[in-house]
Ligand binder design. Structure first.
Ligand SMILES: [Zn+2]
Length: 488
């Protein structure tokens, strides 16, 4: 949820004086913002954090700051972590001689290395305080340790983002429907929301019917909006909510939602439209991966994903050769989150596996000063994930009401090209199949064929999604007492 902060904090003040934003500056900014809200109800109009307030940055200044940040991060990693001490020693690399031009000499860190031995990436000079697990939808969960100082930084950024990006105020209530084991995001949302004076509800990834019921239930709190106003959710769990809401004739008027923040997975355009149509509220997305916190990205009005340069170094590389991705091509995001924003788990050139396309030309949008890529297209899992990325598949499937949500799909490699297997409500579905084939051709998907199934047992294995991390509850779904409308 702190995507917006990434774009708005950047080159506001400190960096123009050729100095980086210190962690304590972030905390001060968040504190001042909350104090301004408490006194005036709105952030100050002259806030340096508001869009359009940042000055242009001299490229030479930017380069100097990048070089200094890369060196400081490499120095800390080589000195204090077992993994990078060994790596730098074996290669005879001196962190103090690295420049942006020679940064490629640092080997890319594969996900498997962190997953296999998380402690080898923890700085001996740090005090690990919080262990968080990635959800593990792309394999075994990855362990990442954070220090207390890192948690404070991410809470500060989350606070700024909630106020400026999601418009959170004291009379609002935020619900979190993410996995309860992802401790850092959960703690971030809870802490930042309550610091602002707003209220917080943990829903978790429960039965979607229970979640909708909870969102619709009147809160009855003095000084608060009548219902939950803000929701933080993963894309696949949002799709499960849309499925449940559409099938049971829920309408936006049943809820009081103003803003839905979606992260962690690919959000297709059709799912966004369906969610806004049935749940109400404005949907916003940001890119942030636990391992790379607080380095991440935010989307602009033209639909690019813009990446922070303040808190980390982002590269787009070929998933196999690790050569830089040329403009117009697809590569994986490789992240180096900077010290001092990170001091516990240190990662250099961490291959996230997230696929993005580089733009053909420099963008001319409101965030043009930050490097741009396409939104995340999917996860690297071999050549077919490049040829037919998850985003293209979801754009195709999530537009079709006869495909149950979350959409279940699998690509099967065949000599003529991948075959897309899709779970539908019922077969035969000749019209649906014809339409999907036609739309796939129009979209230029390199598919050999599409096969529809009405039984999951006949499908090739489909990838897990976050909505599958279902948490059990003892609640049965109550009859609809909260809706005065049509449901019987
Ligand atoms: Zn843009």
């Amino acid at each position: 949820m702190f995507g917006t902060a990434l774009s708005q904090l950047r080159y506001g003040m400190a960096i123009l004086r050729n100095r980086r934003i210190r962690p304590q500056d972030l905390e001060r900014i968040a504190r001042d913002l909350v104090a301004t809200l408490a006194e005036f109800g709105e952030p100050g109009a002259d806030s340096a954090l508001l869009p359009g307030q940042a000055g242009a940055v001299d490229p030479a200044v930017r380069r100097t700051v990048t070089e200094r940040s890369l060196r400081a991060t490499a120095r800390a990693a080589a000195r204090h972590t077992a993994h990078y001490r060994r790596t730098f020693g074996a290669l005879g690399l001196d962190p103090d001689t690295l420049t942006p031009e020679t940064w490629h000499r640092v080997p890319v860190t594969p996900k498997e290395a962190l997953r296999a031995l998380p402690a080898a990436f923890v700085s001996a000079a740090s005090a690990p305080a919080l262990m968080t697990l990635t959800t593990g939808t792309s394999g075994t969960p990855t362990t990442v340790w954070f220090s207390r100082a890192e948690v404070e930084i991410s809470v500060a950024m989350s606070t700024v983002s909630a106020v400026l990006g999601q418009g959170l105020r004291a009379h609002h209530t935020m619900a979190y429907a993410g996995c309860s084991r992802a401790t850092l995001p959960l703690l971030n949302v809870e802490e930042s929301v309550t610091r602002i004076g707003a209220s917080f509800v943990q829903i978790g990834t429960v039965d979607p019917a229970v979640a909708l019921d909870r969102l619709a239930t009147p809160l009855g709190l003095r000084g608060k909006a009548p219902q939950i106003t803000h929701l933080t959710v993963s894309a696949s769990y949002l799709s499960a909510l849309v499925e449940e809401a559409e099938r049971n004739d829920w309408r936006p008027a049943d809820f009081g939602l103003e803003s839905i923040g979606v992260g962690g997975e690919v959000l297709s355009d059709p799912l966004r439209e369906r969610a806004e149509a049935v749940l109400g509220g404005r949907i916003s997305t940001a890119y942030m991966m636990t391992e790379a916190v607080p380095s991440g990205g935010t989307t602009c009005t033209e639909g690019h994903l813009h990446h922070t340069t303040e808190f980390g170094h982002m590269e787009t590389l070929d998933p196999v050769t690790h050569e830089p991705t040329p403009p117009g091509a697809v590569g994986v995001i490789v992240q180096t989150p900077y010290v001092p924003y990170r001091d516990c788990t240190l990662l250099l050139r961490y291959a996230t596996g997230d696929l993005v396309r580089r733009p053909m030309a420099e963008p001319a949008c409101e965030l043009a000063h930050l490097p741009a890529t396409s939104p995340v297209l999917g996860r690297w899992s071999g050549p077919s994930s490049l040829a037919v990325p998850t985003r293209s598949v979801l754009d195709l499937l999530e537009a079709e009401p006869d495909v149950p949500l979350p959409a279940r799909h699998a690509l099967e490699d065949r000599p003529g090209g991948p075959v897309l297997h899709v779970l539908v409500r019922r077969t035969p579905a000749t019209t649906l199949l014809g339409r999907l084939r036609e739309r796939a051709t129009t979209a230029g998907l390199a598919l050999d064929d599409i096969v529809l199934h009405d039984d999951p047992a006949t499908m090739p294995p489909t990838g897990p999604v976050r909505a599958d991390l279902r948490e059990h509850t003892f609640e049965s779904v109550r009859p609809t007492v909260v809706r005065a409308g049509s449901r019987t």
